[in-house]
Design a binder for this molecule. Structure first.
Ligand SMILES: Cc1cc2nc3c(=O)[nH]c(=O)nc-3n(C[C@H](O)[C@H](O)[C@H](O)COP(=O)(O)O)c2cc1C
Length: 257
């Protein structure tokens, strides 16, 4: 099956080296407009977007997001936030607490489930932005490290307690030579029929057969599993992300005013 939309989805790659070309006001409008057309739980739009243009702020984010200098060189930076603050401020304005008391209903802050819903909304909007950008030959890269350094990011971006930065996107035009398409695992290990299936020992060597460890293997790993644990799951940035998210969770749902 082939069509323009499938081609666009299949040619996208994460871009970290941008062409020396600004993103126009029209292009930016189209990216934001497309993000806002994304599906959203109950049409509540449980997210907000912060666009970052100040160079100093980009520089700061490039450091607080695990020292990734290309962030500061991106013509457009957008942060996607799970946002229940807007709804709780509105509930306050609408005297919902009194209303609940009158009706014998409990009035509580947003739950962990609400946070996950807000994250779903924010991420789905973000992916619409990615695809809209791609259609204009503008590449992008997700920055998950925006979940780190919660306290610093709250100060830098004026985030209230019921707002959580779930992802950041950096955008810029593709250079003449695009990065290579990166491989994916075989479908049989990712897509299951009817029920979940845990993989068996023999399947792992086949699943990871294309994923050799780096020649500069500074982690002294003997296999790909050890290498990936050292590089990702057990790495310093993951430890900081875990700390930071725990801190955000302490704030979430506690104070509703
Ligand atoms: C949630 C999420 C967080 C990511 N965070 C980063 C990041 O902090 N820095 C980075 O360079 N790439 C980041 N990426 C990009 C991935 O590394 C990239 O999508 C992956 O290597 C596959 O490459 P591709 O997008 O070109 O197919 C992130 C992607 C996702 C979906």
């Amino acid at each position: 099956m082939e069509n323009e939309t499938l081609d666009l989805i299949n040619r996208r790659v994460s871009l970290r080296k941008f062409a020396d070309q600004e993103i126009t006001v029209e292009e930016r409008k189209a990216i934001i407009g497309s993000a806002m057309r994304a599906p959203t739980a109950g049409n509540m739009m449980l997210y907000s977007i912060i666009t970052v243009d100040e160079q100093e702020k980009k520089e700061k984010l490039s450091k607080t997001c695990d020292n990734q200098p290309f962030i500061a060189r991106a013509p457009l930076v957008m942060i996607f936030l799970a946002d229940f603050q807007r709804w709780y401020d509105y509930y306050d304005y609408c005297n919902v607490e009194d209303y609940c008391q009158r009706r014998g209903m409990e009035f509580s802050g947003p739950s962990e489930a609400d946070l996950l819903l807000g994250c779903c909304d924010a991420l789905i909007a973000a992916q619409n932005a990615v695809l809209a950008a791609e259609s204009m030959n503008i590449g992008s890269c997700y920055i998950g490290d925006i979940m780190e350094n919660y306290e610093t990011h709250c100060d830098l971006l004026n985030l209230p307690p019921l707002v959580f930065p779930i992802t950041m996107l950096v955008f810029g035009h593709y250079p003449e030579k695009r990065p290579e398409i990166r491989p994916r695992f075989d479908k049989k290990y990712i897509v299951f029929q009817e029920k979940y299936r845990r993989l068996e020992e023999g399947e792992f060597s086949d699943m990871y057969s294309d994923h050799s460890i780096s020649p500069h293997n500074k982690f002294e790993a003997e296999n790909f599993g050890q290498y990936m644990y050292a590089r990702k799951t057990g790495a310093d940035f993951s430890i900081e992300m875990a700390r930071s998210v725990r801190k955000a969770l302490e704030n979430w749902g506690g104070k509703v005013k």
